[in-house]
Ligand binder design. Sequence first.
Ligand code: MCN
Length: 777
Amino acid sequence: MGVKHFGARVARLEDPALLTGRGRYVDDVNIPGMLHACFVRSPHGHALIQSIDAGAARQMPGVHAVLTADDLPAPMAGARMPMLVPNAAIAALRTQHCLARDEVCYVGQTVAVVIAESRYLAEDAVAMVEVDYDPLPAVSDCRAALEPGAPTAHRDLPDNLASAFRQSFGDVDAAFAGAPHVFRESLFQHRGGGMALETRGVVAHHDRITDLLTVWSATQTPHIGRRMIADLLGRSPERIRVIAPDVGGGFGPKAIFYAEEAVIAAAALLLGTPVKWIEDRREHFLAATQERDQHWDVEIAVEADGRIRGVRGSLIHDTGAFVPWGVIMPYIASATMPGPYVLPAYQLDVKVALTNKVATTPVRGAGRPQAVFAMERLMDRVAQGLGIDPAEVRRRNFIQPEQMPYAVGLIFRDGKPLVYDSGDYPKAQAEALTLADHAGFPARKAAALKAGRHIGIGIANYVEGTGLGPFEGVTVRVQQNGKVLVATGATNQGQGTRTTLSQIISDRLGCRIEDIEMSIGDTAAIANGVGAFASRQAVNAGSSAAMAAEVVRARVVQLAARALGVPEAEVAIEDGKAIAQSGNRPEIGFGDLARLSQGMPGFSMAAGDMPGLEHTAYFTPPQASYCSGTHVVEAEVDIMTGGVRLLTYSVAHDSGTIINPLIVDGQVQGGVAHGIGNALMEFMKYDENAQPVTTTFADYLMPMATDVPTCRIAHVESPSPLNPLGVKGAGEGGTIPAAAAIVAAVEDALSPFGIRFSETPLTPERIVEALTVAGAY
Ligand code: MCN
């Protein structure tokens, strides 16, 4: 009997190559004659371009071209980049030109590109390109941007309001009018990046004989990239192949399509030579998209026992200078606020502001960390205000498992209601509290205080819509060598996509996991694809893999029954062989069956047969599947230095049915590391002129291994009824509630001083300042 892989802790198949230096990243793509690109970028937050003089740069030995907007081919030269998720609520439909035409709106915006024989020469030539800028007033803070008379982020726009909309349900005024208690908070979550180990990078090569333009890009979404390049170059997508080779982390910013990808593709076509651009870390700080940057003013009305009557308030989202992904993050944030709680009435007024900073697009969590921060901080205010234990306040408000599926009350823009498909929120919190030994905490705290130490505990819950559509596809093909080829539009930046899809297919098809060959992130391998974001691939690609494998298996059984001369019911499939369950148990291997499936030259196929043992399935989810969980953090604060040490970190996570618990543990742990960065360290700071201030890892601090405790993890499995595997996403849940839980733990540790925090990151400086104000020294 073959090994069952689904649900097992299978070690990641991709790791041996990656850990022994055999990974192949974009920078490993080297083609004879390849030239190297370096971009001229705006040094101003906002300026008009009066002129560009590239004469001296073009004369430099080794420089092959300097391209400005006018040198790009039509329609790219004049066009703005396509917007990924357009919608009617966006007042200012702004995406950037591939190369700026007459105005730059953030530091780092692409103005021109030098193509030279080496990156060194290209860098030197960039310094020789003279751009005459006429600086304009810049706007850096999104609240200031919406004040009357604020400088506009774009010269020709009347104001900075990119979008305004309201999310609401229930009678919120009545909820507040008669409320025994109301608690208020003003909260801010700062900007940060994805900070993947591998920066962005592109290599483009045009083969004149086949007229095929091949683009290697460190992207999460190669199929979307192909469509964008096709639109911008006015070229058939069939003549473009985009390949995402090994990608060293994505975390969201690599899901969008960038100007640099389009420009390098155009340069390769124009020059007739392969061109490479690898982003350096400073460029990444300036020009790779970022996220968070939201201000929330919210209040909660509760009964005397802490049960919620209503939540209302406003949210200002900083979209930066452009809206390449539409207004998806504030939209997601406003729909995430209700969380796992029964919320009778809700109203949030959302404004999206343009500023002169790089655009915000989803970074792990995509608006949800901010919403969870807002809701969970409010829950803590209720607990503190009413003197009820924070866990108990939450417990009193949970949606109960028997209420599933649960209609939250919100109606999405497409007219569909927001419905949680399944989940057991009380159970998840109970399990996380057990992992954290919550019951023993008061004794630990008392003992610590006696010893002069300040420890605290924080709790945060969340619900996350995962597995978003529209689809993902998987092709399963049994080859004539007996191996199984799998192709998918799903991608892999470290999530273990190859491993988990292989687990599903080997079980469903009946082959050895090591006999599966996988083509991931290559538009030539499968016609349609979407890619990695929104923790969507386990649901979409996983389901497609199961569906395709089952169709192929049925065909294998049919052919094998014919070949072995037994009824189909007597054919068993195991380890890549079909075995008759009667007589002397004759068998036939997958390779022979694949050959049989080709028929005989000159003879007719059997009626109804199609050649090949192959099927492509596209799973299309009816809506999101909602994963959920609870984080409980125990932290110690050194009140002399303001340093925070996380003592224990406990997570109960519900990703529905789990394909690979080892991988999901890794996803949770990695997500938590990201959340720790958000809570305590990472901060992309801009000054009042919209000049980025933190553009190295000396200024922008990332958590080190020593800052990240090993998580205690429990899996609560509430299968989703919305897909054949019962799975929900797992890629972002580790990040989403982390800042809320950590800030709560720090506040609790400092409870003797009555300090409240409403902002992240909680740097030592900020903590010492708060302690000083509270008179602690
Ligand atoms: N999984 C599972 N069982 C489940 C759910 C998921 O075994 N019930 C597995 C999946 O099969 C997959 C992994 O967990 O191997 C993550 O699956 P999923 O949640 O579907 O996420 P995606 O594959 O769609 O990946 C995107 C998601 C996002 S949005 C970000 S951001 C993120 C993340 O994944 N970026 C990552 N995790 C990352 N992990 C790494 N190492 N690098 C990144 O850039």
